[in-house]
Ligand binder design. Structure first.
Ligand SMILES: [Fe+2]
Length: 486
């Protein structure tokens, strides 16, 4: 392995840190690497071509009071495959907040578990003021740039998708919205467009936007909601974008006093807004059973119906579990077992306005990925994370076959945790599951991270290759497969 250190940052975190999400699988990294000729167990397939991108949270400074893992500065990782060769790079996202806090030598903004009034400097983050835009939630590639995003609506920071060289903020040809962009913008691989939403506490509380394949804002619409909401993800089909108004949102009374406490309003329905793409008409709303959904899997059109798959939380407002430690209880909203997240399908009847829904599995799972070429079009398979029980970590990946109604589980060894696992179509592939699953492990016991490549048609057979990275990475949230031919 040829490794160069690009930059080594000083960490001011306590050496005896005992925070649940700054230790173990979530131990932050502070060194940036460039590496080639990585050590491989097994063989990297010659027909795997593209880049696995992973965003993670890595704090360097103590919080003002209470650290939440979503406060950590975004660090992007890229592992690129071409003709059987691999290269790896990792970089902190040089957000304005990251640079200002490095200069100040202390946290300047309130974390998501702290009151915004604690901030030492003001800032206008879209959904929640005086909170740092860490750009740490998600990453997608659009118009040749890897764009990092933050779930509370901020800027999109641009990077070369392979080397991670920084290219400043996306400006959408001078029309980047003042309200920011939420995490989980969607790239339609069939058209090259990027679809996004944002949300906030000012009327109309949500906007929907479309960006052309060359990065210009082409659509920006008001989406009027009954009040401030807390949506996290969106979906799309060939002709519609799908946004949501879920009955879990900041308590309005607390919000009026400057506190951001999410609360379930179980008497309200879940509402889905179908927005005709490219300004094709008004938003049409459908109602369904109350829940909270963190992530959608995919959506597509089926005759007069629109089908949406996602993860239904059967207990969106869980009580603390007596079997867990105080810290685990405090962060129970990160425990997918507490929320009981299971795959679920909603069908919207465009003729009648009715919605039918059904559970797709009894197994707890979340963070589903599909072959990106099926985004917005019918899919048969999803590759979902098998969560750890009691905290935020993934102990395996589930291949869910919606036609056969089967699930196959690839489990990692104890002490080893997966990242969000992407599906990488094999070069020249035609079948939906003809390709590879790619993930990065955090192996706490062996103090290392490896990139695992599995056969998407048969993940249970185990890794085809294990590629060792220069250093153990921190766990994090989202990943993306960049197919340069896609
Ligand atoms: Fe997310």
């Amino acid at each position: 392995m040829k490794t160069q250190i690009h930059h080594r940052f000083a960490s001011a975190l306590p050496p005896d840190d005992d925070h649940l999400y700054r230790t173990g699988a979530w131990t932050p990294q502070s060194v940036e690497y460039d590496a080639w000729d990585l050590e491989v167990e097994g063989r990297v397939p010659d027909d795997l071509e593209g880049t696995y991108l992973r965003n993670t949270e890595n704090p360097l400074l103590p919080s003002i009071r209470q650290y939440h893992p979503f406060d950590g500065d975004g660090m992007l990782h890229s592992i690129s495959f071409s003709n059987g060769e691999t290269q790896y790079h990792n970089r902190f996202v040089r957000t304005d907040g990251f640079l200002a806090e490095r200069e100040a030598g202390e946290a300047l903004w309130a974390g998501v578990a702290e009151r915004p009034s604690l901030a030492r400097r003001p800032c206008d983050l879209g959904a929640r003021p005086n909170t740092k835009d860490a750009s740490s939630t998600d990453v997608v590639v659009h118009n040749g740039r890897a764009l990092t995003s933050f779930y509370l609506c901020g800027d999109l920071y641009q990077h070369d998708p392979v080397t991670l060289e920084a290219h400043g903020r996306a400006d959408f040809d001078g029309r980047f919205p003042a309200e920011g962009v939420s995490a989980h913008p969607k790239v339609d691989e069939h058209t090259g467009e990027m679809l996004f939403f944002n949300y906030g506490t000012e009327h109309p509380y949500m906007h929907y936007g479309e960006v052309s394949p060359t990065g210009a804002l082409t659509t920006y619409l008001d989406v009027e909601l009954p009040g401030p909401r807390l949506p996290h993800d969106m979906a799309f089909t060939e002709h519609y974008a799908i946004v949501n108004d879920l009955p879990m949102f900041w308590d309005p009374d607390a919000l009026a006093a400057g506190h951001y406490y999410p609360r379930l309003f179980g008497h309200l329905p879940t509402r889905f807004g179908l927005i005709p793409r490219r300004g094709g008409g008004d938003v049409r709303w459908f109602e369904a059973d109350p829940t909270y959904v963190l992530h959608w899997i995919n959506a597509y059109e089926d005759g007069d119906e629109v089908v949406l798959d996602g993860f239904f939380q059967h207990d969106p407002s869980p009580a603390p579990r007596a079997d867990l430690s105080e810290q685990h209880q405090l962060f129970r909203y990160l425990d997918l077992y507490s929320m009981q997240s299971r795959p679920h399908r909603w069908r919207f009847d465009l003729r009648t306005g009715a919605c039918r829904e059904e559970s797709l599995s009894d197994r707890i799972q979340e963070f589903g990925m599909i072959n990106g070429r099926h985004g917005g079009r019918p899919h048969r398979y999803s590759y979902n994370a098998l969560p750890a029980d009691g905290w935020f970590g993934f102990i395996g990946v589930i291949k869910h076959d919606l036609v056969a109604g089967t699930e196959e589980v690839f489990s990692l060894a104890p002490g080893e945790f997966a990242s969000e696992t992407v599906m990488a179509p094999r070069r020249g592939s035609r079948a939906e599951d003809d390709g590879y699953l790619v993930t990065v492990t955090v192996d706490v016991d062996r103090d290392r991270s490896q990139c695992l490549i599995l056969d998407a048609a048969d993940p249970v057979a185990g890794p085809l290759a294990r590629i060792t990275l220069p250093e153990r990475i921190s766990s994090g949230t989202h990943a993306y497969w960049y197919d340069p031919a896609g």
